[in-house]
Design a protein around this ligand. Structure first.
Ligand SMILES: Nc1ncnc2c1ncn2[C@@H]1O[C@H](COP(=O)(O)OP(=O)(O)OP(=O)(O)O)[C@@H](O)[C@H]1O
Ligand SMILES: [Mg+2]
Length: 264
């Protein structure tokens, strides 16, 4: 999927030498990369390669052991995320950023209505008018293909695919600039996955979002991302344009991963 990126703008997110250890165990090690405005970057690699650790570090959900992460704030200043106060960090997370969890129950409030799950994010950014919040929530449910008559249902009453679509609506309603996703289609059956991926792809391109998506599925990376990072044992072993990495993998491990994709 190709998309033009403004040449004059700097990176939105800049990751430098990030290492996270859990005691003696390495989560990720010496990871550096940039995310440019409007770009989708996929992080791929086998189970245990450090994808989630890295995603949690760069989204400030987990403190790295060493390294720096800088982010271009809306006012144009580049800020070291470790220097943000807790209030600033929380504001960033619920306005400018989104985080789509693998398990929808980690990203939704399962016992409040679908409408409230979406409306809550709007209230967090200061919207107070009940009628407008409900109208916006209804509109967003429609955009993620959830029927308007389900607005008062709780996510516990939704299917896996619907929950994931609701999680996406909840994250995108505040029009974030950067969205982190950890295996957003994991655990769903194949036809549901395909429809969800298509929806994500449409919304990302309509909204010009920057996305960092973790997946172990190279087909997901191919469909959604412009650039790809391949991890193994906590380190980046290959990094490049998605089409290049998949069509002409340089590293033996990437060659193995690519060779193991079933023909479709
Ligand atoms: N809380 C933790 N405590 C100790 N070790 C951890 C913790 N979380 C992750 N690890 C270790 O860090 C390494 C990277 O794990 P991580 O969860 O980031 O991998 P992953 O690529 O996301 O794997 P998966 O595809 O299975 O989700 C693994 O060796 C894992 O055992
Ligand atoms: Mg993981």
């Amino acid at each position: 999927m190709s998309q033009s990126i403004p040449a004059d703008a700097g990176p939105l997110l800049s990751v430098r030498d990030i290492t996270k250890t859990y005691g003696a165990r390495v989560g990720c090690e010496d990871v550096s990369f940039d995310v440019w405005p409007g770009e989708v970057v996929a992080i791929v690699g086998e189970s245990g390669s450090g994808k989630t650790t890295l995603l949690n570090c760069i989204s400030t959900r987990l403190a790295p052991t060493s390294g720096t992460i800088s982010y271009a704030m809306r006012d144009g200043t580049m800020r070291d995320l470790a220097s943000l106060g807790e209030a600033e960090r929380r504001l960033l997370m619920r306005t400018d950023w989104g985080f789509v969890h693998q398990h929808a129950s980690d990203g939704l409030r399962m016992r409040v209505s679908a409408g409230a799950n979406v409306g809550e994010r709007l209230m967090a950014v200061g919207d107070r008018n009940y009628g407008e919040i409900r109208a916006t929530a209804t509109d967003w449910l429609g955009r993620v293909e959830i029927a308007a008559d389900r607005i008062d249902d709780q996510p516990v009453a939704f299917s896996g695919g619907m929950r994931q679509r609701l999680q996406i609506a909840r994250n995108l309603v505040t029009r974030p600039r950067l969205v982190f996703m950890d295996e957003p289609t994991g655990g769903l059956d194949v036809s549901v996955q395909a429809r969800l991926l298509d929806l994500i792809r449409t919304l990302v391109s309509e909204m010009g979002l920057s996305v960092v998506i973790v997946t172990h599925d190279l087909a997901v990376a191919r469909l959604l991302s412009q650039r790809m990072i391949v991890m193994k044992a906590g380190r980046i072993i290959e990094h490049g344009l998605t089409d290049r990495v998949l069509d002409d993998p340089h590293h033996a491990y990437t060659q193995l991963l690519v060779a193991s994709i079933p023909e479709s």
